[in-house]
Ligand binder design. Structure first.
Ligand code: FES
Length: 119
């Protein structure tokens, strides 16, 4: 039975580079899925086609029922995977989804595009 507490949505369509040949979103999905998968998963990773922040690849979102949702851009798949997981764990453990500033890795502090209240 799943113990999922939150989902990291990752745009799999994000492209980078002058010719758009780099696909950081696809690589990020693979890296995060490898690290977050398994029995009793608390952090689910789900690919989405576009988060409408196409000029700031790669783009992710932290979401969970009853919590604020964050949209975060400029994720560097070669540098930020560990920090994304640390931030996701802090998000999962928070009651509201709002992660304290001092708990946010640099990518989170610099990359937040929006936060949206729960329904
Ligand atoms: S292509 Fe990634 S946010 Fe649109």
């Amino acid at each position: 039975m799943s113990e999922t507490q939150m989902t990291i949505f990752v745009c799999g369509a994000c492209k980078a580079g002058e010719d758009g040949a780099s696909r950081p979103g696809e690589r990020l999905i693979e890296a995060l899925s490898t690290r977050c998968g398994g029995e009793g998963v608390k952090i689910a990773v789900q690919s989405v086609d576009c988060l409408a922040v196409c000029k700031r690849p790669a783009t992710i979102s932290f979401a969970a029922p009853g919590k604020w949702t964050y949209v975060i851009g400029d994720i560097d798949v070669d540098a930020h995977v560990d920090d994304v997981i640390v931030a996701a764990q802090a998000y999962a453990e928070s009651d509201t989804g709002i992660v304290a500033w001092k708990q946010r890795p640099a990518f989170f502090r610099k990359g937040v595009i929006a936060r949206v209240p729960p329904l």
